[in-house]
Design a protein around this ligand. Structure first.
Ligand code: NAD
Ligand code: LMR
Length: 337
């Protein structure tokens, strides 16, 4: 039995992701929670014929914690896209003030209602909301490092697509999946695109103008969407697709006991890691890196091999950026020293 619950299910990401998950035959129950409109969304989706149970939950008022408890009860997977999105001119850090509190409260309820669930955090700023979640789960005594993920898959989707467009050759996405990834954090230059042997396709290698343009476009892909949406939010459809890719793989690990390869923002110092260089581990506890997930969660965190010099430089810079954001999240739960 797989029960997946979305917290923030009536939003732009929430609704698109709900549709994708409604069509997944491996999900037995889909639970949609938001402070607004999930009764409408779940009723709409319930007319799609599947063998899945679907329910929508909206709290009666701000003090109602019973409704979210019902929504979360017995969940195996909890996905959190609740919170406000950016408007033009904002950074992801500008979302911290509002989203930090939302994520902390939702994680608190998750820790109480379904402490064994896999938790996938989408709400921004991911570099800080994941540490908030970890510290809140620790406070409740239910933290399992193998089951808490910050979802950074959208950066990798962007790299796949933009690299294909840049190379202008007849390569297909099929060859790029798993071969190119993004690591680091999820904001601006904390995002590190890793393109493996595709660097050979750029005439001047790491100093090629087209390569550097590609890196910049991936790192600031979120801004491109925010600008184009012109005040009406940020990436929702591509994000739902990215989250779906991750969750679908996660379900394969949980339900079919398959070891799956993914990339996510995790607390590396609490996990089984191989080949992570000192310049990362010495300085910080969280990073988005390739992981192997089994039925009980993360089994291994790996570090990409064969990096080019520019990639190493970007990782060192990302370490500094992520460190600041992680501290901000930690301090939100514990208070700054
Ligand atoms: P949205 O405004 O369309 O939807 C957010 C939803 O959260 C709304 O329906 C709102 O009612 C709900 N919500 C707010 N407070 C809540 C609470 N306490 N409990 C339950 N639900 C609550 O926004 P969106 O476009 O779906 O984006 C959501 C978040 O995801 C934003 O923070 C955005 O920055 C982030 N995001 C992350 C990535 C990523 O790559 N990780 C990509 C895109 C967007
Ligand atoms: C993205 O990368 O699209 C998201 O993090 C949303 C944003 O604010 O850019």
């Amino acid at each position: 039995m797989i029960k997946a619950t979305i917290l923030g299910a009536a939003g732009g990401i929430g609704q698109s992701l709900s549709l994708l998950l409604r069509l997944n035959p491996n999900i037995d129950e889909l639970s949609l929670y938001d402070i607004v409109n999930t009764i409408g969304v779940s009723t709409d989706l319930s007319h799609i014929p599947t063998d899945q149970v679907i329910k929508g939950y909206v709290p009666k008022d701000r003090s109602d914690n019973e409704t979210i408890k019902l929504a979360l009860a017995d969940s195996n997977i909890v996905i959190i896209p609740a919170g406000i999105p950016r408007k033009p001119g904002m950074t992801r850090n500008d979302l911290f003030k509002i989203n930090a509190g939302i994520v902390k409260n939702l994680i608190h309820q998750t820790g109480l209602a379904c402490p064994d669930a896999f938790i996938c955090i989408i709400s921004n700023p991911v570099n800080s909301t994941v540490p908030i979640a970890v510290e809140e789960l620790k406070r409740l005594g239910v933290y399992n490092p193998k089951k808490v993920f910050g979802i950074t898959t959208l950066d990798t989707l962007r790299l796949e697509e933009f690299l294909k467009l840049t190379l202008k050759e007849s390569i297909t996405t099929k060859y790029l999946i798993n071969d190119v990834i993004t690591i680091g954090g999820h904001s601006g230059d904390s995002i590190v695109p890793i393109i493996n042997s595709w660097i050979k396709n750029f005439k001047k290698g790491e100093s090629d103008e087209e390569y550097l343009k590609l890196i910049q476009r991936v790192q600031f892909g979120g801004d491109e969407v925010v600008k184009a949406k012109d005040g009406k939010g940020s990436a929702t459809l591509s994000m739902a697709t990215a989250a779906y890719r991750f969750i679908n793989n996660l379900i394969d690990a949980i339900k079919k006991n398959i070891k799956v390869k993914e990339v996510a923002f995790v607390k590396i110092d609490d996990l089984n890691c191989v080949n992570i260089p000192d310049y990362v581990t010495k300085h910080l506890e969280y990073f988005s890196l390739p992981i192997i997930i089994g039925k009980d969660g993360v089994e291994l965190v790996q570090f990409p091999s064969k990096l080019n010099l520019h990639e190493v430089k970007m990782i060192k810079n990302a370490v500094e950026k992520v460190k600041v954001d992680v501290t901000k999240g930690f301090d939100f739960v514990h208070g700054s020293k």
